[in-house]
Design a protein around this ligand. Structure first.
Ligand code: SAM
Ligand code: DTB
Ligand code: SF4
Length: 338
């Protein structure tokens, strides 16, 4: 074997071709917790190093949300303002029309969004709901946007139908660790979520799956959530990390607020354990302020929900996000077309 430093590209290509795919590392809850417990700056440095190695462009993805079917949901997720069980002032509405959704998606595109995510407050859509969603997906896709939907639990045939209509991503969150799940929602099982994720993956739709921090969970539950996500094989392409929006009338309205630096830690650990995922700094940004959001980007977040509203609660407005991205020198920001 040659000991010279001269590059030998041909040999390198041959070696690459015969190498087996690297084995996927399984993350134990303990290993994830050790990451969460690292000294803050060491953790941030590690996460930023992983981030730069996998995302050299360093851009922030802009995804806009629209609640296409609001309220009246029969589930009892303790964080959610759209459950019929909680008195939150959110009224049940019917599914929006193709025209209304197209109008909103075009506005999102003109403001700079590349992905458009449609949310529906369903436990599980009926087949006739899927048909109506397919029309919305086709219209959004026709505008040249990436499409995402979050509609509740899916059967395999429904996932296939959404894929055929042009759905690129399906959002379905695990929300927390399996052992904490029943403290938050009792109308379904953790396994139901995993089954839907499997149906989505099998249909060829990319997976968007994450969770919520600040629901009274311990650090071990945060580690348990991240381990579950990282051990999905492959791990999700998008990982939304939400900070609980404490909505009056929900059982979690008075939950202890999360220490913002602990929230940054979760982002960092998501980045380290899922290097090729878009980690989305999701709900709760209004409470974080610019400095903590900048730390989240430093920790490896490279996506945000972009637009004045999440589903039914508020989000920083487009002007504030434009200003923040500009201040941080991110995205080589161009003026939105209005
Ligand atoms: N009904 C569908 C479902 O549950 O999958 C889709 C809509 S649901 C509102 C989508 C996700 O929003 C939930 O899984 C949860 O992670 C997040 N979410 C809902 N309410 C929230 C809140 N108050 N704060 C933070 N995230 C929230
Ligand atoms: C996700 O993880 N967060 C978004 C999206 N996926 C659908 C929803 C956040 C909802 C926040 C409360 C609300 O506005 O309803
Ligand atoms: Fe329904 Fe989804 Fe809200 Fe749960 S999170 S109550 S399933 S809309």
């Amino acid at each position: 074997m040659s000991t010279s430093n001269t590059a030998q590209p041909v040999q390198w290509h041959v070696r690459q071709a015969v190498q087996p795919a690297p084995e996927k590392r399984a993350w134990s809850v303990q290993a994830v917790q050790q990451l969460l417990d690292k000294p803050f700056l060491d953790l941030l440095f590690q996460a930023q190093s992983v981030h730069r190695a996998h995302w050299p462009e360093g851009d922030i993805e802009l995804a806009t949300l629209l609640s296409v079917k609001t309220g009246g949901c029969p589930e009892n997720c303790g964080y959610c303002p759209q459950s019929v069980e909680f008195d939150t002032g959110v009224k049940a509405e019917k599914l929006m029309s193709v025209e209304e959704v197209t109008h909103a998606a075009l506005a999102a595109k003109n403001a700079g969004a590349t992905r458009f995510c449609m949310g529906a407050a369903w436990r599980a859509p009926k087949d006739r709901d899927i048909e109506k969603m397919n029309a919305l997906i086709g219209a959004v896709k026709g505008l040249g946007l990436q499409t995402c939907a979050t509609l509740g639990m899916l059967e395999p045939h429904q996932a296939r139908s959404l894929r055929e209509a042009g759905l690129d991503y399906y959002n379905h969150n695990l929300d927390t660790a399996p052992e904490y799940y029943q403290d938050v929602v009792s109308t379904r099982e953790y396994q139901d979520r995993l089954d839907t994720l499997q149906a989505v993956r099998a249909a060829g739709i990319s997976v968007c799956c994450g969770g919520i921090i600040g629901m009274g969970e311990e650090t071990v539950h945060r580690a348990g959530l991240i381990a579950q996500l990282a051990n999905l094989n492959p791990h999700p392409e998008s990982v939304p990390i939400n900070s609980l929006v404490r909505v009056p009338g929900t059982p979690l309205a008075d939950a202890e607020p999360v220490d913002p630096l602990d929230f940054v830690r979760v982002i960092a650990v998501a980045r380290i354990t899922m290097p090729t995922a878009r980690v989305r700094l999701s709900a709760g940004r209004q409470q974080l302020g610019d400095a903590v959001q900048a730390l989240c980007f430093m920790a490896g977040a490279n996506s945000i929900f972009y637009g004045d509203k999440l589903l039914v609660t508020g989000n920083p407005d487009v002007e504030a996000d434009t200003a923040l991205l500009r201040k941080l020198g991110l995205n080589d920001y161009k003026q939105p077309v209005c």
